[in-house]
Design a protein around this ligand. Structure first.
Ligand code: FDA
Length: 303
């Protein structure tokens, strides 16, 4: 209900060019550091180190929202490559994630392939995984095609798939890959997007279980305790090794539960947003699910 009011407001704020430019200059506000790793590389590297200290691995999400030229796309890729080098130099337990639109997918998918090739070549040298985030449905097929092209050459590339899209069960079957399963942060027409939460949740569990049973490495990306408990029950029942999956959560969300899962022996990877486009990331998160503000505030008190 509240989402219907706050969602469009945050969506509007997320796209406001003037606020984006101000945010880039002003830097991260105090609250923002709870859910964004850093604006500058070294800030994010410090955040990664803190997570690693208690056994949480990280995927650094190299943010990039407004790409207008091939040069912008190359700049995002350069920053991602810099992060990969710094992770490796510091011996940190981390990988990277990014959106293909941030490296030029909308300008021309060939630009995204070129920039991703640079990133993947670097990551490959250090045995590091790179995950392609999933975006709005309009670019989903192109993202998957670019991913398929990259996968022919690179074993270290993975992809996120969204449970709230009807097409995803076919994509999962088609890809037979390392997959990060998410519920999905975008909405749209009801013939494309599953609307009912119960159906999204049921689909989420089916996708994770199916990928695990196919023997594919599976990144279970959710804060939902019902999903987590059911996957734990399932892997024990099926005798699936703890090295075939990991739990992933966003920075700032359920930090105590993240640590408990580590203590219980599970791989836990924290998604740490990085870069000057932190503002848009924050606004989009609040737009998609304002309840996360409350959860985040509670998480901040519990830290
Ligand atoms: P949901 O939001 O349905 O919450 C279910 C329940 O979980 C809540 O009712 C509450 O009980 C509990 N919960 C949630 N947050 C909590 C908190 N902070 N504290 C306590 N309890 C909490 N999306 C996308 O479209 N493309 C992508 O590439 C990605 N990538 C991605 C990576 C990672 C690592 C994560 C965790 C998420 C994404 N997402 C994403 C976002 C994803 O699609 C989804 O929007 C959010 O994860 C929210 O969905 P949940 O699964 O957390 O459950």
């Amino acid at each position: 209900m509240i989402e219907k009011i706050t969602g469009p407001v945050f969506e509007y704020l997320a796209e406001d060019e003037r606020l984006i430019q101000v945010a880039r200059k002003v830097g991260l506000p105090l609250g923002g550091t709870f859910f964004v790793g850093g604006q500058r590389t070294e800030e994010t590297i410090d955040t990664v180190r803190t997570f690693n200290e208690d056994g949480r691995a990280v995927t650094v999400d190299c943010l990039g929202e407004f790409i207008e030229s091939e040069r912008d796309a190359a700049a995002i890729a350069d920053e991602c490559i810099k992060v990969i080098h710094r992770i490796s130099e510091e011996g940190l337990n981390a990988q990277v994630s990014l959106k293909l639109t941030s490296v030029g997918l909308r300008l021309d998918p060939r630009i995204a392939v070129t920039q991703m090739t640079r990133i993947l070549e670097t990551a490959e040298q250090f045995g590091m995984r790179v995950t392609v985030n999933m975006e709005e449905e309009a670019v989903c097929e192109t993202i998957i095609q670019v991913f398929e092209q990259l996968r022919q050459r690179f074993a270290n590339v993975g992809i996120a798939l969204q449970a709230n899209l009807y097409r995803t069960r076919f994509d999962l079957e088609r890809l037979q890959s390392t997959v990060r399963v998410v519920k999905g942060a975008y909405t749209g027409p009801e013939d494309i997007y599953i609307e009912r939460k119960e159906t999204v949740d049921a689909t989420y569990l089916q996708l994770v279980k199916h990928n695990l049973l196919q023997g594919c490495y599976t990144q279970v990306a959710t804060h939902d305790e019902d999903m987590i408990q059911e996957i734990i029950r399932f892997v024990h029942q099926q005798g699936i090794g703890f090295d075939q999956f990991e739990f992933q959560m966003l920075q700032g969300m359920r930090p105590n539960r993240q640590k408990e899962l580590v203590d219980e022996g599970y791989r836990v990877v924290i998604y740490v947003p990085h870069g000057v486009d932190w503002y848009t990331y924050l606004m989009k998160r609040l737009a998609e699910r304002p309840a996360n503000i409350v959860f985040t505030a509670i998480s901040m008190l519990r830290l």
